[in-house]
Design a binder for this molecule. Structure first.
Ligand code: ZN
Length: 137
């Protein structure tokens, strides 16, 4: 894995969390993006080489709203950038980790993503992500 690409934080409402994180980080949210595949609205901050991704559920029964109901707002996942997501998924599967999807999904920020089940990673939800250079706008 190359580096921590971003840290995902589950929030109830972007409308209140964006201003909060703008104050906290002293930087502006540079992008919001709706991610159909995950039924979430996201907001991004860039701090040096790492991003912060705020996640707000679009539905009351989505994974993020379930998470917030159960655990409250807070740290949701850590995303690692990988050079080749297919190779990394194979490697991790062979090492006994449980992948939440068998093929990469289209995630936020023009990425191919795959999540690892927290029960195989000491309770930490891990996301793998790989940039899709051909789709850069
Ligand atoms: Zn993420």
């Amino acid at each position: 894995m190359l580096k921590i690409e971003h840290i995902g934080i589950a929030v109830k409402e972007l409308a209140t969390s964006i201003p909060l994180f703008e104050k906290l980080l002293n930087s502006h949210c540079y992008k919001t993006e709706l991610v159909e595949s995950e039924q979430v609205n996201t907001a991004f901050f860039k701090q040096g080489d790492t991003k912060i991704e705020l996640l707000e559920s679009l539905t009351t029964d989505g994974v993020i709203s379930k998470y917030v109901d159960k655990k409250g707002e807070g740290l949701h996942h850590i995303a690692f950038e990988v050079a080749d997501i297919y190779t990394e998924m194979d490697r991790l599967k062979n090492e006994g980790f449980i992948l939440l999807n068998d093929t990469p999904k289209k995630g936020a920020d023009n990425k191919l993503v795959c999540f690892l089940h927290p029960k195989s990673t000491n309770g930490v939800l891990i996301e793998l992500c790989q940039e899709q250079p051909n789709l850069l706008s």
